[in-house]
Design a protein around this ligand. Structure first.
Ligand SMILES: CCCCC/C=C\C/C=C\C/C=C\C/C=C\C/C=C\CCCCC(=O)SCCNC(=O)CCNC(=O)[C@H](O)C(C)(C)COP(=O)(O)OP(=O)(O)OC[C@H]1O[C@@H](n2cnc3c(N)ncnc32)[C@H](O)[C@@H]1OP(=O)(O)O
Ligand SMILES: Cc1cc2nc3c(=O)[nH]c(=O)nc-3n(C[C@H](O)[C@H](O)[C@H](O)COP(=O)(O)OP(=O)(O)OC[C@H]3O[C@@H](n4cnc5c(N)ncnc54)[C@H](O)[C@@H]3O)c2cc1C
Length: 672
């Protein structure tokens, strides 16, 4: 017993080293592909070194694990301000700053300032307004948030109740929260951190409503951070996760702001109260679309960090017996363990390619929109809505499966998986609740399908809806065909086509039976979401296949990525086999072959599993997991983590003197 210490061995756990030694490809080459080239990887490493040479970043992990809510929030404010100062000091570009946020985990108290406040100013303010407000925001001379959601409404933006009433006498807007349900509720960094908020409110001029518009409202004094007259603001309370962020409430009572505080890029109110719009009516929704695109990248980061922890731990954990003559095997040897974790590994690479492709499309469309050309907006809105929902839903579910696959230790905070699931869970809700976003996509698909039926030539992500289904023959004719990525992609495309076609016909049939449109739609909502999911799955598989096909890389890297891509596609068909059979994208024979392939691919991925997660190259501090550390010394790190546990500070806990001791004394004296 005396040999048991909590020090961490210097060497890599031999079980993990053994895995690294048998990798079939060069891990560094794949890391460069993931980060977009050698230079970017080097830059990230330099930034990591700079940040983590400061002991604060290590100490922060302890506060996060063991501190009170208030201590965690304070440490997170400190972390945010440290990063802001480093940014100024080192003159980081936006890209370098984004890299730093990725390295740091997205749990900064002031995160909304960067993720939403600044992008909203960039998208919604006029050039004059930008030169004032954006400059101040970028220099951290004001700290802001994006206050849209209310207690009564988050999804239905037309139902927002906060009002901005124009007063032409004083040339001001009067901001009001008319009811309890109108109070802003949820905005991040609102409760305690921000001194300004971009408040989304219904514009009223001379008693007439003009829809939702953005207004910049100062909330707190710039001298002492005290709340300004007419403003009530506070934190909404502890959440399942993300407790470093002060999501807040806000009540405005006749708060007057100058006319110029309405962000007027898309619509203007003249001094005498005339309302003029420019561009499409949804132009003020622009910031949400950006974040939806970013959530796909976050989903990649979430699932790839979960897979890293699960796979490294499974390579060092030994349990039970496979061969009765042999020692206990690594749990990674069990086929069932591989079946729990490898879908998350394959999904990581699928989402890497899908989020990259979506980001590229977003950047192209954004450049067009800046030039006043809005033609790509509907396609981009629907693509980003669908992929945001798909990637968040699948990544959160998969990380929870990985957490369960780590047995009891997966339940400890020190494992990092529970925290990851809880921090990532809101991706399903924020920036448009997933079902609602799938329905936005479904609405678009139905319109495009109707267009295709009337002979329109479609382009973009829905172009396949012009296909003639009669020409479809399942491209998998034999077991070997199942490895053909194009064939697998065709199966997804046809499944999507048939799912869309079925629901479109049903809606049309219901409407022709004299059902009002809204009744017909509501009667088919479940199938509409199914169609949006089938379409999104097809897009992700297509992006993965096309991404791998376009790669310029060594043969071993291409081979391992093709294997993962094949597994990702085969696994999806096996998991949703009912849908694929129902749509006749595959028959029973093909399904059997694809299921067999899926299982045999587990064994092919197995030797490269650790190398494939090493390629994500997450720093130990970023991963923040005793189970997933690079050196594989999971038990030592778990034991070490107990040193910081305040419960272990005293040999005898104060509660003993307060409660247990008197209780024991009473029990011992008792005659019963
Ligand atoms: C180891 C490495 C580290 C790993 C760890 C990594 C990360 C850390 C771990 C975890 C972190 C992960 C997650 C973090 C969690 C939280 C995230 C943090 C911050 C996020 C901030 C969140 C901020 C917010 O939520 S802000 C509020 C967002 N609110 C919404 O999104 C509201 C949703 N509602 C709407 O958008 C709309 O109401 C609507 C549903 C679209 C309906 O709108 P409506 O006006 O009613 O329109 P209608 O349906 O009638 O449609 C009309 C028409 O318009 C078209 N339309 C709609 N929207 C748009 C648009 N945006 N652009 C273009 N066109 C649009 C629509 O299609 C219709 O068109 P048509 O008429 O059919 O042609
Ligand atoms: C961690 C976190 C951070 C946030 N940060 C911000 C922020 O910074 N700023 C901000 O403004 N907001 C923020 N929000 C709010 C967030 O944007 C909303 O919660 C989100 O848009 C969902 O809206 P809701 O809460 O009104 O959900 P609801 O719309 O009430 O959803 C409840 C249920 O109703 C269903 N439903 C609703 N409408 C329909 C429909 N039309 N068809 C079918 N089903 C429907 C949904 O599918 C869901 O199942 C945050 C939320 C969270 C959890």
């Amino acid at each position: 017993m005396s040999e048991i210490t909590s020090s961490i061995p210097l060497q890599i756990n031999p079980d993990l080293q053994e895995e690294r030694d048998k990798a079939s490809f060069n891990v560094t080459e794949l890391t460069h592909i993931i980060y977009g080239g050698i230079e970017k990887t080097k830059k990230r490493k330099r930034l990591e070194k700079l940040l983590f040479s400061d002991p604060f970043f290590q100490e922060y992990q302890n506060v996060r694990a063991f501190g009170s809510r208030s201590e965690y929030y304070a440490a997170s404010v400190k972390k945010s301000t440290k990063i802001f100062k480093l940014r100024r000091q080192h003159k980081w570009t936006d890209e370098e700053y984004e890299t730093v946020l990725d390295i740091c985990h997205d749990d900064l108290a002031l995160t909304l300032h960067h993720t939403m406040f600044i992008p909203a100013l960039e998208r919604l303010a006029t050039e004059d307004q930008k030169s004032k407000w954006l400059t101040l925001a970028k220099q951290y001379k004001i700290i802001g948030t994006y206050a849209q959601t209310e207690l009564g409404h988050g999804t239905y933006l037309q139902g927002l109740e906060t009002t901005a009433t124009y007063d032409p006498q004083t040339r001001e807007f009067v901001m009001n929260t008319p009811t309890l349900s109108a109070m802003k509720w949820w905005p991040g960094s609102l409760g305690k951190s921000s001194n300004h908020a971009l408040v989304l409110a219904t514009l009223i001029i001379s008693g007439k409503k003009y829809g939702m518009h953005p207004f910049l409202v100062q909330l707190r004094s710039m001298d002492d951070h005290k709340v300004l007259p007419g403003v009530r603001v506070g934190d909404i309370g502890a959440k399942m996760g993300g407790n470093s962020v002060d999501n807040g409430y806000l009540i405005l009572d006749n708060v007057r702001i100058p006319r110029n505080n309405m962000l007027m890029k898309n619509a203007q109110v003249s001094p005498d109260g005339k309302f003029v719009t420019r561009g499409p009516s949804k132009a003020n929704y622009a910031t949400m679309m950006l974040i939806r695109v970013q959530i796909c990248t976050m989903a990649y980061q979430v699932v790839s960090s979960g897979a890293t922890i699960g796979i490294r731990y499974s390579a060092v954990r030994r349990q039970s017996k496979l061969d009765p003559q042999d020692r206990e095997p690594k749990i990674l040897e069990y086929q069932t363990q591989q079946y729990k974790i490898f879908p998350g590994l394959a999904m990581s690479y699928a989402f890497l390619f899908a989020s990259r492709s979506l980001t590229r499309k977003y950047e192209e469309a954004f450049a067009e929109i800046q030039r006043g050309d809005f033609k790509s907006l509907p396609e981009l809105h629907c693509l980003s809505s669908g992929l945001k929902s798909f990637c968040s839903e699948h990544s959160v579910r998969q990380v929870e499966i990985i957490r369960q696959s780590c047995g009891g230790h997966g339940y400890l905070n020190a494992a990092g998986l529970g925290m990851l699931v809880n921090a990532a869970a809101p991706m399903i809700t924020v920036e448009g609740e997933n079902t609602v976003m799938y329905l936005q996509l479904a609405r678009y698909i139905l319109k495009r399908f109707a267009g295709a039926m009337s002979g329109q030539q479609l382009d973009g992500s829905t172009s396949y809806l012009s296909m003639d289904p009669a020409t479809y023959v399942c491209p998998v004719m034999s077991e070997t065909d199942c490895r053909n990525l194009t064939a697998l992609c065709d199966i997804y495309r046809y499944r999507s086509y048939m799912t869309v076609c079925r629901v479109a016909r049903q809606v049309q049939h219901d409407m022709e039976s004299d059902m009002p449109q809204h009744v017909a739609i509501n009667k088919n909502l479940v199938d509409l979401v199914r169609a949006a999911k089938a379409h999104s799955y097809y897009i992700v598989v297509k992006d993965f296949v096309e991404g791998v096909d376009a790669l310029v890389a060594s043969a071993p890297v291409i081979k391992v990525l093709r294997t993962l891509c094949c597994f990702y596609a085969a696994h999806g068909i096996a998991e949703y086999s009912g849908d694929f059979l129902e749509s006749e994208a595959v028959g029973l024979h093909q399904l059997k072959w694809i299921k067999n392939l899926q299982v045999s691919l587990l064994g092919e991925i197995r030797p490269d599993a650790v190398a494939l997660v090493d390629a994500f190259d997450y720093h130990d501090i970023t991963l923040s997991s005793a189970l997933g550390c690079y050196d594989g010394n999971a038990y030592e790190r778990l034991f070490k983590s107990t040193e910081n546990d305040p419960m272990n500070k005293e040999e005898v806990h104060p509660s003993y003197y307060q409660y247990l001791k008197p209780f024991m004394e009473e029990m011992n004296k008792s005659k019963l």
